[in-house]
Ligand binder design. Structure first.
Ligand SMILES: NC(=O)C1=CN([C@@H]2O[C@H](COP(=O)(O)OP(=O)(O)OC[C@H]3O[C@@H](n4cnc5c(N)ncnc54)[C@H](OP(=O)(O)O)[C@@H]3O)[C@@H](O)[C@H]2O)C=CC1
Ligand SMILES: CC(=O)C(=O)O
Ligand SMILES: [Mg+2]
Length: 760
């Protein structure tokens, strides 16, 4: 459980607060200075004066949102004032940035006068691409938002109203599906009729909830027709024709309770009188109207969500505003309208029903996450939320006529969003797009494994590869059914029943008869070991690539591969490579998995193959032959071996940028190279690192992954006659999909080598 002291320490430690401003252009030289500021800055100023839309080109406006609050309804803490609200507003900035790469200035305004607030926000229009109103209490918030929307030419969105409503609607749609109830038949009770309550009720009615079956309560009890105390026009419009006067009365037979009020407002007795399979979204922050533990003690059929991230079913507007604004900003939308809100609702509701990436499960303590009572909405850390909601919102903005800059290619836009999430997504997208251009047959000897089946679903959906599964057909089909995976026309091969078993046995026997294998052995090996069967399929041209190892040791895969398929002609060995993807850059490390003590010849071979591999990822290789010496500074047989290897690479691949022997820090430091080794053709910008032996290679890539937070893609086996890659036991679905894309690319290259383009 979170400790209060931790929260204070988190905010106080290091640079105070949670936000800083960083510059996006260099300011290191006097030239930079004259570009960033006077005289250069005058040029964009004049361009914008002439054409105001140019502000989106030359300034941060298009990616900058104001989070504006006067502190009158801060979470469920109430009217704590604008200064005390600042941590929440900075927090919203953190979420905008982390989830959607949107920059935020938090603006806390010291006024309770709605007109003063309106005027102030209006004056901010030149600075921002959008306005996110936050924690401004009802009913003033309605008047403020309406006035701003009418008068401003950028989107104005009150998060507590519409962000909350979007999440509530998506969660409710899915919860109703789970309990098999109909939207127009359910009885709903809201506790809280302020910003969140009123907006949620209005959205749900627009989606089909029967207004007559909806009761709102506030601090004075039920909002009924004819009530005069504590009313306002927004409550009046939703006042119920009912005899119920208290929340207790209202709760009788209710199917759903939505809490947007205060801590502890829902009691055990109230929950007891709800209908079967009651749905409770207790959203008051930081403490809900009732906790999941309290609720489940009373009703074991309850479906419960809260605003907090430390329980299942977080129903919180964090799942909306960053992603919704992304779509609005990217289309330069003049407003956020109902069509965009509904698009967000449907995108979220749909996503919750899809298979959840393993990385999301890991971010939530390795829990298995599956659509149902405990998982009604996607998790905010799910990278797919951005990829689904922003394009859906952007499309709705375009369709409804508020987009001022249409997105012409939605697929490219989604790729751009992926790139925002980090270099690994971007680089793997390159590989995946190449694979999709000409998908190849990838055989999976471990066809009965859940992770393989889940990966197959992605490969089929994205048309990256044509999978072939080896295993018992019945088992595979049952597992696929249980996982809700459509195998479509995927070929399933049970080696024991394969009509090719005899022919394949003969091939294997012919290959291994002088290595102690009998005809009987060959047949049995193929029947029992999918890795042999898959390797023969590859060798015989019945598959184009093989991926295996999720439930095997490394040699279980590599041995059949080497015995049956073998290495490429002219090579001394096969070699292992990892691509290490950092937030901003990518490097390749080899040999990380195969040869323990390579010779100079073998090192040279590794370097040339690794450089080729980098090129396949559209990266120009700059190869560093690593050692503990720089260009002869330490004379030792080990450094001399690397020197010799470097000479061999230069001889065999003269076009390649390569140098050594060199120390790792020098290979990465332009200043040292410039001042001390100006003769080197590496300029401190190496991106392919060839390690002198397996110990150093293997240790380094693992440390980079752990300490440097790099995503490791691999091991990519280089030098096989046909593409075979070894999966790791810890690989998740995205790793397997990535490796399949790599394998398809290899297969495409092999095809080109076999059938070179006729250049005559
Ligand atoms: N999980 C999420 O994503 C979100 C959660 N919330 C939560 O919802 C709550 C309300 O926020 P917001 O709508 O912005 O605030 P407002 O100040 O606009 O509205 C508060 C509402 O709660 C009512 N209320 C206060 N005390 C009680 C009580 N004891 N019993 C019943 N009703 C009561 C008020 O009644 P009256 O009208 O009589 O004053 C008012 O209608 C907060 O706890 C906030 O944290 C809000 C937005 C998003
Ligand atoms: C989540 C949120 O915005 C609130 O509780 O006010
Ligand atoms: Mg809020």
């Amino acid at each position: 459980m979170l400790k209060f002291i931790d929260a204070l320490e988190y905010h106080r430690s290091g640079r105070k607060g949670k936000i800083e401003v960083i510059t996006t252009k260099p300011c290191a030289t006097s030239r930079d200075l004259s570009l960033a500021y006077s005289p250069g800055v005058a040029q964009p100023c004049l361009a914008i004066e002439k054409e105001p839309d140019m502000a989106y080109e030359y300034t941060t406006k298009g990616n900058l949102v104001a989070v504006v609050s006067n502190g009158t309804a801060v979470l469920g803490l109430g009217d704590i004032g604008p200064l005390a609200a600042k941590p929440v507003m900075e927090g919203k900035g953190v979420l905008f940035k982390s989830f959607a790469d949107i920059d935020v200035f938090d603006i806390e305004l010291n006024t309770k006068d709605p007109d003063e607030l309106i005027r102030t926000v209006q004056l901010l229009e030149p600075t921002f691409g959008g306005i996110n109103l936050e924690d401004i209490k009802g009913p003033e918030c309605f008047y403020i938002e309406e006035a701003l929307q009418k008068t401003m030419n950028i989107p104005v969105f009150h998060d507590d109203q519409h962000g909350t409503a979007i999440i509530v609607a998506a969660g409710m749609v899915n919860a109703l599906e789970v309990v098999e109830k109909k939207i127009d038949e359910i009885k709903i009770v809201f506790n809280g009729a302020g910003a969140a309550g009123i907006a949620c009720a209005n959205l749900l009615i627009s989606m089909g909830v029967n207004k007559k079956k909806l009761i709102l309560c506030d601090s004075k009890g039920v909002i009924y027709k004819g009530r005069t105390v504590g009313m306002n026009p927004y409550k009046e419009r939703l006042a119920a024709q009912t005899d119920a006067r208290t929340l207790d009365d209202a709760m009788k037979g209710a199917d759903i309770f939505f809490g947007v009020s205060v801590k502890g407002a829902l009691t055990a007795d109230m929950l007891r009188v709800m209908a079967k399979d009651p749905i409770v979204f207790a959203m008051a922050n930081p403490d809900p109207e009732i906790t999941p533990n309290e609720a489940k003690k009373v009703r074991d059929d309850v479906i419960i969500g809260t605003g907090r991230s430390d329980y299942n079913n977080q129903v919180n507007n964090v799942l909306c505003f960053p992603f919704l604004f992304r779509g609005a900003l990217d289309t330069h939308a003049s407003a956020i309208n109902d069509e965009m809100k509904l698009a967000a609702v449907h995108a979220l509701a749909q996503l919750a029903k899809e298979d959840v990436p393993d990385s999301v499960g890991r971010a939530y303590g390795n829990s298995e996450i599956k659509f149902g009572r405990e998982y009604l909405l996607p998790k905010p850390f799910d990278p797919r939320v951005l990829l689904r909601m922003a394009p859906a919102v952007a499309q709705a903005a375009m369709d409804s006529g508020v987009a001022r800059r249409p997105i012409l290619d939605m697929e490219k836009y989604t790729e751009h969003l992926e790139a925002l999430q980090g270099r690994s997504k971007e680089i793997m997208r390159t590989m995946i797009n190449k694979a999709k251009a000409a998908p190849k047959r990838v055989v999976f000897p471990e066809g009965e494994e859940d992770k393989i089946l889940r990966s197959v679903q992605v490969l089929l959906d994205e048309r990256i590869a044509i999978p072939i599964l080896i295993g018992e057909e019945k088992v595979i089909r049952e597992k696929a059914n249980a996982l809700n995976i459509e195998l479509r026309g995927t070929e399933i091969i049970n080696p024991r029943k394969s009509e090719k078993l005899n022919a394949y046995s003969e091939v294997l026997f012919a290959k291994r008869q002088r290595k102690g294998m009998t005809r009987y052995d060959a047949r049995r090996r193929l029947q029992e070991d999918g890795n042999y069967f898959g390797a023969i399929m590859l060798e015989q041209g019945d598959a184009d690539a093989l991926l295996s190892g999720i439930n095997a040791h490394y040699p279980d895969v590599t041995l059949p591969a080497i015995e049956v398929v073998g290495k490429k002609d002219g090579l001394s060995k096969v070699h292992g490579l990892y691509m290490m993807v950092f937030k901003k850059e990518v490097v390749f490390c080899a040999d990380t998995t195969v040869t323990i003590e390579p010779t100079a010849e073998e090192l040279a071979e590794t370097a040339i193959l690794a450089a080729e591999q980098a090129q396949r990822f559209d990266i120009t290789p700059r190869v560093a032959m690593l050692s503990f010496s720089n260009f002869g500074s330490a004379q030792h047989p080990l450094t001399q071996k690397v020197k010799k290897a470097t000479e061999l690479v230069k001889e065999r691949a003269p076009e390649l940028t390569v140098d050594g022997e060199i120390q790792a820090n020098v290979a990465l430091d332009p200043e040292i190279v410039k001042s001390q080794y100006p003769f080197s053709n590496l300029k401190g910008d190496a991106n392919v690192f060839i390690f002198p032996d397996l110990q150093s290679g293997n240790i380094t890539y693992k440390m980079l992954a752990k300490l440097g937070n790099a995503v490791a893609v691999g091991p990519i086996l280089m030098g096989m006659k046909k593409p075979i890659h070894v999966l790791q036991r810890a690989d998740d679905v995205s790793d397997i999909v990535n490796m399949a894309a790599v394998a398809v690319n290899d297969a495409q290259m092999n095809e080109l080598e076999e059938y070179p383009l006729n250049t005559h």
